[in-house]
Design a protein around this ligand. Structure first.
Ligand SMILES: Nc1nc2c(c(=O)[nH]1)N[C@H]1C(S)=C(S)[C@@H](COP(=O)(O)OP(=O)(O)OC[C@H]3O[C@@H](n4cnc5c(=O)[nH]c(N)nc54)[C@H](O)[C@@H]3O)O[C@H]1N2
Ligand SMILES: Nc1nc2c(c(=O)[nH]1)N[C@H]1C(S)=C(S)[C@@H](COP(=O)(O)OP(=O)(O)OC[C@H]3O[C@@H](n4cnc5c(=O)[nH]c(N)nc54)[C@H](O)[C@@H]3O)O[C@H]1N2
Ligand SMILES: [Mo]
Length: 765
């Protein structure tokens, strides 16, 4: 901390800030060697045009009371005083808990919110709802919905295929060839949940490449293949390519049969499938080429190179955020197993290099300070991306990981720290789903689309307006996050609002334990320090010293890590927690579920929406809806860096020169992207750095629904994506891919109105 600057932190890094006029000046923290440009968005957190200044209630809800309503997202709002808001909200919570019990409350509240361990919005809300008697929860994530379910069957629950991967320095030292399915996107690695104090990943990768590491990046976008050989694959066909590579390894006897027998089960079933003995179709390089449109000779050449090199096979998370998403990581690990290199330094399998900044980062590896959420006695849950299904079909059965479950009947949806109109698919379907419940409550600092669909809108602070502790599991620092400015307008901390509700509802003692926010911050630190000091064998400063210091460095994990090294060295002493104790290339458990969309070993399953399907005759372009370069998800979309990547205020859609020319589209034109679920407008960016037939529109433009049509004027791809699970196994998010058409927008385009407040009306007399 220098002069009047105070230290704080975000999911994309530490920074320093000081008040200037009505806003803040933000600058990178001097300890960060490569600060993220996303820091330029932070000042917009205090932009009054996007902030919620006062508590507000949807006019229709105020007039008619709770109940299903198609008016969510359309009605104006009435601003109310805090005590009125608390009375209304407490009354509605009391009603719903009395009439329906905790199974009538959805508190799944998915979302990243902000950095900071105490004010973590999800933890706050879940703790509060648990004090009330519990809630229907969500499990897994939009990030890795398929992986989280399939991988425990394949490598066991104890092996973390994201946090347990080989560290970058080991790759730099030992690896000759990285075959990266999904590339290694630089844009993604500045981010990690809870923050990154020092950004080193992008540099480590660049240095490794300069030092001779060869990267073959398989993916539709050249920008995700920096310093690499680019293989522009047809989207959604990676599993076919992997099978073609495996077939070549078998066919040319380049596979490691001894490894398969000692460390895996199921190579016989997989082999029968590859050779065609099982289904009459050999998954040869020619077979693969017809699907992935990479020439068979290139596939065979790559397989030979992989077999003779020290090779790392890595799969980005995006590949599993698609129809049959379970197959790509499973096939990826099967390919690495055939090469026989799993568990050797720098070789084998990886998942998420280029997806998140903490993958392959040697952090402290110790638990971070955490607010206890209490106990939830409610057994009902949903896989997180099934939220619209739940609200549209209460009582219906659904399948998940071998179980048949039922959707609960939800009366009240309570969200804090996420934006479903960012993260969910088929937004007009989501809007219909939200119309089905009695009441929607949203805590937000900003007038996001989710806030604009709420009945009760609770204005909360951002980290600039409160004190906290910044920490992330894979990081090596604890950061004091200082309040920089007073809360904007009438915003209050999530904690303050929930404390007041708890007092009215008679659960104050359980919720607050008698502590102020600052006392909680101190307590989280003190408890954490007491538990951590013996683990790291080092004294830690008391709270006052931590709080007045800049950042608290922690020792790195004792050693660099190689994924599954212990298992390889001693498979009997360190068996995997799978039924066989080995890597399951065939899983009897999964086979036993009898799911045609996820059978017992990795398979090619043709998706319904890809360029190879009949639907492509109507919707001839494959849309990649990936993570945005200029922001985290939908956060701070009004910020300078986010706006820099837009075209005349609309999200930029990237398309191939030839696809654009065929449609009479030039760089900078406003275009309409559409399919039978909806449409959005975007600004055209024309390049040869994208595969033909593919268009790319990042997620995160604030949903800007236009009256009387299914159109977003701003460029949110989730008006187009299909709301369907990866398979009956994981039911994960499939938002990455969808088929669309693109046309030049003729005539006047509606202005973007998303980055502002909804209409207000005066309270009824
Ligand atoms: N089509 C498609 N869709 C996708 C994806 C994709 O690849 N394609 N990716 C998916 C993935 S991986 C993810 S993780 C999700 C991300 O989805 P989300 O995590 O829901 O997205 P964010 O924009 O980070 O939403 C966080 C919200 O919390 C608010 N917030 C910030 N701080 C606070 C606070 O202190 N208190 C409260 N109450 N609120 C706060 C922010 O203003 C913001 O609106 O999106 C998913 N959606
Ligand atoms: N700047 C920034 N960084 C972020 C985030 C952000 O919002 N902004 N979000 C963070 C979060 S929550 C997550 S979960 C991770 C997500 O990490 P990922 O899911 O890995 O990231 P994406 O950017 O969605 O997709 C990565 C790339 O995969 C490629 N791809 C897409 N489909 C296919 C395909 O079918 N085959 C092949 N071979 N490649 C394909 C595309 O080139 C795409 O750019 O990112 C994190 N990092
Ligand atoms: Mo994510």
């Amino acid at each position: 901390m220098t002069a009047d600057f105070a230290t704080s932190s975000s999911h994309w890094g530490m920074f320093e800030a000081r008040p200037v006029g009505d806003g803040v000046q933000v600058r990178p923290h001097p300890a960060d060697p490569a600060p993220s440009p996303l820091l330029d968005n932070i000042a917009s957190a205090l932009d009054p045009t996007v902030r919620i200044a006062r508590p507000a209630v949807r006019a229709g809800w105020l007039a008619d009371g709770p109940g299903p309503s198609e008016r969510r997202g359309l009605d104006p709002y009435v601003e109310v005083e805090w005590d009125e808001l608390i009375t209304l909200l407490a009354g509605e919570l009391r009603r719903v808990y009395t009439e329906r019990g905790p199974s009538g409350v959805y508190g799944g509240t998915y979302g990243w919110a902000s950095a900071g361990r105490f004010h973590h919005a999800q933890s706050q809300l879940k703790r509060f709802l648990n004090c009330m008697g519990g809630f229907v929860r969500s499990i897994n994530s939009y990030s890795t919905g398929a992986t989280t379910v399939i991988m425990p069957h394949v490598v066991g629950r104890n092996v973390d295929v994201m946090a347990g991967l080989t560290d970058w320095p080991v790759i730099a030292k030992h690896t000759e060839l990285v075959v990266a399915f999904g590339g290694i996107p630089r844009k993604n690695v500045a981010v990690s949940p809870g923050g990154i104090a020092r950004h080193t990943t992008a540099d480590q990768l660049a240095q490794a490449i300069a030092g001779g590491l060869d990267v073959v990046a398989v993916g539709p976008l050249r920008e995700d293949a920096p310093g690499a050989t680019w293989l522009p694959i047809r989207p959604a066909s990676d599993v076919a390519l992997m099978l073609g590579l495996m077939h070549t390894l078998l066919d040319e006897d380049l596979h490691d049969q001894a490894f398969l027998e000692r460390f895996c089960v199921g190579s016989a079933q997989l082999t029968a499938y590859l050779t065609g003995q099982a289904d009459g179709v050999a998954k040869s390089a020619e077979w693969a080429a017809q699907r992935c449109e990479i020439p068979a000779a290139d596939i065979r050449a790559l397989a030979r190179r992989m077999a003779r090199s020290r090779t790392l096979v890595t799969v980005t998370w995006s590949l599993q955020r698609a129809e049959h998403g379970e197959q790509a990581p499973w096939a990826g690990i099967a390919l690495a197993a055939m090469l026989g290199q799993i568990g050797l330094p720098g070789r084998g399998f990886g998942h998420g290099y280029g997806s998140m900044g903490d993958v392959g980062t040697r952090g402290a590896g110790i638990p971070v300070p955490t607010l206890a959420q209490g106990m939830n006695p409610v057994s009902e849950f949903i896989p997180v991306a099934r939220v619209s299904d739940m609200l549209l079909h209460p009582g219906d059965e659904f399948e998940y990981n071998g179980a048949t479950l039922r959707y609960p009947d939800i009366g009240l949806v309570y969200w804090a720290g996420g934006n479903p109109f960012h993260h969910h698919q088929d937004l007009y379907r989501l809007r219909s789903a939200l119309a089905n419940v009695d009441t929607v409550v949203v805590h937000e600092p900003f007038w996001t689309a989710m806030a604009k669909h709420a009945d009760i809108v609770v204005p909360v602070t951002t980290p600039l307006e409160r004190s906290d502790i910044g920490a992330a599991r894979a990081d090596r620092h604890l950061v004091p996050m200082h309040r920089v400015v007073e809360p904007l307008g009438q915003a209050r901390d999530d904690y303050a609002v929930l404390s007041e509700l708890a007092a009215v509802l008679g659960v104050e003692k359980e919720f607050t334990e008698g502590r102020t926010a600052q006392e909680w911050v101190e307590r989280l630190y003190t408890q954490w320090a007491a538990a951590t000091a013996p683990r790291i064998g080092q004294d830690l400063p008391d709270f006052a010293s931590f709080w007045s210091g800049e950042l608290l460095p922690l020792p790195a994990r004792p050693q660099n890590r190689t994924f599954l090294q212990e298992f390889r060295t001693d498979p009997e002493g360190h068996p995997l927690a799978t039924p066989s104790g080995r890597i399951e290339l065939f899983s009897q458990v999964i086979a036993g579920f009898g799911y045609a969309d996820c059978p017992g070993h990795p398979v090619w399953l043709e998706p319904e929406e890809w360029l190879g399907s009949p639907l492509a005759a109507t919707w001839p372009l494959h849309l990649i809806a990936n993570q945005p370069r200029g922001r985290l998800h939908s956060q701070l979309d009004a910020g300078a860096e986010s706006q820099r990547h837009k075209i005349a205020g609309r999200e930029a859609v990237t398309m191939h020169t030839v696809d654009a020319a065929e449609r009479g589209i030039a760089e900078g034109d406003v275009v309409r992207i559409f399919n039978d679920r909806g449409a959005c407008l975007a600004g055209a960016r024309v390049t040869d750095g994208i595969r033909r037939g593919v268009v790319q529109l990042p997620t995160g433009a604030w949903f800007d629904p236009q009256p009387d049509q299914r159109l977003c004027a701003h460029g949110n791809p989730n008006v187009l994506t299909r709301d369907r699970g990866t398979s009956r196994l994981a039911q994960g998010c499939t938002g990455q891919h969808t088929l669309v058409q693109v046309a030049r927008h003729e005539g006047e385009a509606p202005p973007v109105g998303a980055l502002g407040p909804p209409p207000f009306v005066s309270p009824p007399a």
